[in-house]
Design a protein around this ligand. Sequence first.
Ligand SMILES: [Zn+2]
Length: 313
Amino acid sequence: MNMRLCSILLCVASLSFAGQTKTFKYDGLEITVLQDKPTSMPNKIFHGAPVEEINEAVPKGTSPASINAFVVKTPQHTFLIDTGMNTDTLLQNFRNAGLKPEDIDVVLITHMHADHIGGLLRDGKATFPKATLHIAKEEFFYWRQANPNIKQIANAYLKRTELFIYGEDLPIVRAAQSETEKNVGLFRNTKAAKIAQQTDDIFQGRDASGHTPGHTVFESNKLIFFGDLVHSAALQFADPNICAQFDMEMPKAVQSRRKFYDVAAETKKLILGAHLPFPGVGYVLKDEGGHYSFKPLEIKPEDIIEKQNNNDN
Ligand SMILES: [Zn+2]
């Protein structure tokens, strides 16, 4: 993302939007989608295919999209994946979904663009008082240099930040750890990364770089959080070569997109996308000709969980 767009997003981040939430059961898990706001992606921000192809695929000139964060309750943990544009909206969505900030014990961040980390701080303090914050090491160190404000986040979550290496099992859980051990932990090398063991409770942080230097996909035995692999469902499933201008390194972004389309299609796991139209969940299909498409999840009425609005946080 260029700096101008960054500053627009940061400026917008101080406003509160009215999004929507949805909670549903999925294969033994409880998933809540927290939408900051519906949005749309104009054709002119997409590159990597002839303009005619793009305009033919999206004749209206903009693709419907969204800004989504997700909460997943597994048997052992309550994960929050990304945090949207701003804390006020996120907390309003929490209340609407019957959630409290202290319910979250693990925060996973796909990357550090403003529309994914906007809800991490509340008045300069950690919004999630009990959560451990997980960010890919590459991503954190890149943005710490590029944007000094990022230090605020590290300070707020000082003793509860885990900078993981691609391939590690998340959450990283440390019992009774000394300060020295913690510091060593931050700089352990890739050889120390565990072989991923995907269960309902464990996600593997996987290399999906290209959109940003440390962009991460989180994969469990049932789910794949796609982060920003896709900005236009209408364009980028049919043609994975198409990139949004926010992709910092486009050839690498294309590689990552293709890699995880294949993983999703082969494993038939549910994908959850930060910018897929609300509620942003579904499957990637691949036909015999190698063409991809997206099939939104049909959420059965009996799987939808109606939440009591919770107004005391
Ligand atoms: Zn984004």
